[in-house]
Design a protein around this ligand. Structure first.
Ligand code: GLN
Length: 473
């Protein structure tokens, strides 16, 4: 049982003076300190958070209201620029880097009274599936400390499940919100590309990066999304939000739901298969019309992702040159040496691997063979999904082929690690919204059900997700 009320109730009670924002922040900080050994948190913003909480309490005492998220503590993945703490992206090269401005998402949450209490661990620069690529520490799974929490937003997922705050923020470039939500046991929402501004968030792959909430319930995730989303002049790819994310409701009766055939093939572990098949039966019993849908190009989505993503990563990481941000190697005596030493010592293995792959696929001799081909297949994928979503309302499947794996199990085999993303990357390649909803346990480890919708059908997806959450609970 969580110690937190639903977000809407917390804010209502703070606005009425029944709950004090300061107590909520203290409660959150205590939970963070009680759960220190899970290594979910990189830094806390104790002073800032308590100051903001006292301002909110004072303003409520004078009869004002403090917003839709009044006094609600939250935790941001450490790739969000937030005042009052370093922004490291869990990388050595950004150690000590202080935000010169705040992320739009953080500003919007603060404007409605939410309070950032801490920054969560991640795979450095969000490259990974387990948080083992963090240059600082590996977060432990809340259900089994010998296992990973998923990644790259593993710290955010663990923080929510360990009850450190009512919600946390993550980024999802190839599955990094949904997969840790599935491994750790919470709701993880990846919005339509462009719905939440990327301004002030450390870029990974700009054409697929999205920002979203990890929370205990779909309703909580919807409120956070509603506050964060919408057009932002600081991010030209942002789109208008729709009305009604929060009160969205859906009816399973007569709803056409397609189970993605390719995700249920061999390679899926027996435990996950069982939980997903049971979930499908429950949806059927709830009135959904279930069919099997084949998306033949989905088998290529992972290969496409691991060309396009490193290509964009290699470009986005070029800015960390030892001159402008974070670490600058003290041994360097020339500019060229500074570039080499700062990048050589500052980046971890995975960042270097992606820079090399990305540079290779973009090089003049190989551009047509890899990058261009990958873009062609990406378009094919977009078209296949579009056609499929004309025949069914939603697509469902697992989030990942397995439950949380053991710490150390995959780390020395990058290909094995990349394979963990096989069921999440397609949604990023096509830009559509997708969610991971807790569907049950397999050998005491959580399994998430993935639900995907058409582009900008976030409201519809949230509505049906509430129903599914209820049926699977
Ligand atoms: N696991 C994927 C990767 O390593 C996705 C990462 C992400 O979504 N940030 O690229």
């Amino acid at each position: 049982m969580s110690q937190w009320l639903p977000i809407e109730q917390i804010a209502r009670s703070v606005n009425s003076g029944e709950l004090k924002a300061q107590d909520l922040v203290k409660q959150s900080l205590k939970s963070i300190s009680d759960n220190k050994d899970f290594d979910a948190i990189i830094s806390t913003l104790e002073d800032n958070a308590l100051k903001r909480a006292s301002e909110i309490d004072k303003s409520v005492a004078t009869g004002k209201t403090a917003g839709r998220l009044a006094g609600v503590p939250f935790i941001a993945k450490d790739n969000f620029l937030v005042f009052g703490a370093d922004t490291t992206a869990a990388s050595n090269i950004l150690r000590g880097f202080q935000a010169p401005y705040q992320a739009t998402a953080i500003n919007k949450l603060e404007a409605e009274g939410a309070i950032c209490v801490a920054k969560a661990n991640l795979d450095a620069f969000a490259h990974g599936t387990s948080t083992e690529n963090s240059d600082f520490m590996t977060t432990k799974n809340p259900h089994d400390k010998a296992r990973v929490p998923g990644g790259s937003s593993g710290g955010s997922a663990a923080a929510v499940v360990l009850d450190m705050a009512p919600f946390a923020l993550g980024t999802d470039t190839g599955g990094s919100i949904r997969q840790p939500a599935s491994f750790s046991g919470c709701v993880g929402y990846k919005p339509t590309y462009g719905l939440v501004s990327r301004s002030g968030v450390v870029a990974m792959a700009s054409s697929t990066d999205v920002i979203g909430p990890l929370a205990r319930t779909v309703e909580d995730a919807a409120i956070v999304l509603d506050v964060m989303s919408g057009k932002d002049p600081l991010d030209g790819t942002t789109i208008e939000k729709q009305d009604g994310y929060v009160n969205a409701s859906g009816d399973l009766k007569g709803l056409k739901v397609g189970v993605i055939k390719e995700y249920m093939k061999e390679g899926l572990s027996d435990g996950v298969r069982q939980v997903i098949e049971e979930a499908v039966s429950k949806l059927k019993a709830g009135g959904a019309e279930i069919s099997e849908v084949s998306l033949p190009s989905i088998d290529m989505a992972l290969a496409v992702y691991y060309i396009i993503c490193p290509a964009e990563v290699s470009s986005n990481l070029a800015r960390y040159d030892g001159q402008r941000f974070g670490y600058s190697d003290p041994e360097a005596t020339t500019l060229e040496a500074s570039y080499k030493l700062s990048r050589g010592h500052g980046f971890g293995k995975e960042a270097k691997r992606r820079i090399m792959i990305g540079t290779y696929v973009l090089s003049s001799g190989y551009y047509d063979a890899y990058y261009k081909k990958a873009q062609i297949v990406r378009t094919k994928l977009i078209n296949e999904f579009e056609t499929a979503l004309k025949n069914v309302d939603f697509l469902i499947g697992p989030v990942a082929p397995t439950t949380a794996f053991k710490i150390g199990e995959n780390i020395s085999d990058p290909l094995k690690m990349y394979l963990c993303d096989i069921m999440t990357v397609a949604a990023n390649m096509i830009g559509n919204p997708a969610i991971s909803i807790p569907a049950g346990l397999s050998e005491n480890l959580p399994v998430g059900l993935q639900v995907m919708a058409g582009k900008s059908k976030d409201k519809e997806l949230l509505g049906v997700s509430k129903q599914i959450e209820e049926i699977l609970a």
